[in-house]
Design a protein around this ligand. Structure first.
Ligand SMILES: NC(=O)c1ccc[n+]([C@@H]2O[C@H](COP(=O)([O-])OP(=O)(O)OC[C@H]3O[C@@H](n4cnc5c(N)ncnc54)[C@H](O)[C@@H]3O)[C@@H](O)[C@H]2O)c1
Length: 329
């Protein structure tokens, strides 16, 4: 039976994509790979054939040779952008080395198309809305790693006839997000803080602008990234068209959950205005925004309230302490 292989299958996008493929494409098996470093086994659908493996070290031929893998979604990564300067070596191993391993397996096993989730982080301090034609200029190791992966995939496309589609999603949120990691995804961090009766934190004054993308709106476009002829060898932004300041997003959360207190912390090294164009995703991937931030946050909050109590993840030791923000010490 033909198979779709998803790396990062225990994470937000991976676990939700796996469910979507199982529900909508019954002719495909779903093979999942994850080392469970940032995702949870109970998020993986029972029908997924799951391999617990670290992509940076695993011989992936072992897994690929057991299945008829047609499409590969490479979602696995540690996407803590703000933390990446303090865990540089880990960041490059987990993102670039792991991706090289996936590329090798895709070429060896003649995969029909590799879909890679890069990030809006590649644009750096560009001129928003970021367009796919803009020259990337990332400002942190996470963005650099994503850009390196993008370039390597394209080179593999030229030299080894690997077909690919690179997606640059932005601020994807929803059920199955890791809300127990204090380093990433502002909405998840806030929901964890609120559930634990703490003030929600905003780095700086909250005037940063972002567009938040509901996971359900991204799934059909991700399928098309693998299967649509027009997505071959394309780089495509994916996500919401509606931007908010971080402060506006915090106020919206307050309207939903009530009683939110805000604690402003020191600012951090980040892009101030970050949102993307969407025309290409609409035209090629059939992206439609059906869920606004208010409705999506309500759904996520309902999901979060019934999640098991888990301890918040804290890095036992950073690679670099110099310049580390007070709130992570
Ligand atoms: N969620 C977003 O807002 C967003 C935005 C832009 C890009 N992306 C990219 O999309 C992808 C998926 O994001 P997500 O939000 O689902 O993240 P996530 O953290 O929820 O899922 C990532 C999964 O990858 C796994 N993983 C990490 N390193 C691994 C390794 N070395 N070997 C095997 N498994 C490993 C983790 O355990 C986790 O289950 C990532 O590549 C991320 O960089 C996400």
């Amino acid at each position: 039976m033909k198979a779709v292989l998803i790396t990062g299958v225990a994470g937000l996008i991976g676990s939700r994509m796996a469910k979507w493929v199982l529900a909508n494409k019954p002719n495909y098996q779903v093979i999942g790979v994850d080392n469970l470093s940032g995702g949870y086994e109970d998020h993986i659908d029972d029908k997924v054939i799951f391999y617990k493996a670290d992509l940076a070290t695993e011989d992936l031929n072992r897994i690929f040779s057991l299945h008829e893998v047609e499409y590969v979604y490479h979602f696995a990564a540690y996407a803590a952008e703000g933390l990446s300067p303090f865990i540089r070596k880990f960041n490059y191993t987990n993102n670039v080395v792991a991706t090289a391993n996936v590329i090798n397996a895709c070429i060896t096993h003649k995969v029909k198309r590799l879909v890679f989730t890069s990030s809006m982080a590649v644009y750096g301090n560009g001129n928003p809305p970021f367009d796919e034609e803009d020259q990337p200029k990332p400002i942190d190791p996470y963005g650099i790693a994503k850009f390196a992966c993008e370039m390597d995939i394209q080179v593999a496309g030229e030299q080894h006839a690997l077909d690919w589609c690179i997606i640059r999603p932005h601020n994807v949120y929803g059920a199955h997000q890791n809300i127990w990691d204090r380093y990433r995804n502002v909405l998840g961090i806030w929901i964890y803080q609120k559930l634990n009766n703490k003030p929600i934190t905003i780095c700086g004054d909250g005037s940063q602008r972002r567009a938040f993308s509901y996971i359900d709106d991204c799934l059909l476009p991700l399928w098309n990234a693998a299967a649509a002829a027009g997505a071959s060898k394309q780089i495509i932004n994916l996500g919401s068209k509606q931007e908010y300041t971080i402060l506006e997003a915090a106020k919206l959360l307050d309207q939903i959950v009530g009683g939110v207190q805000i604690k402003f912390t020191e600012g951090r090294h980040e892009v101030h205005l970050a949102y993307s164009t969407h025309e290409k995703s609409e035209k090629i991937l059939g992206f439609k925004e059906t869920t606004d931030l208010s409705s999506g946050l309500k759904e996520m909050w309902e999901w979060a309230k019934v999640q098991p109590k888990r301890t918040q993840f804290v890095w036992p030791k950073y690679e670099l302490e110099k310049g580390l923000y007070q709130f992570w010490k």
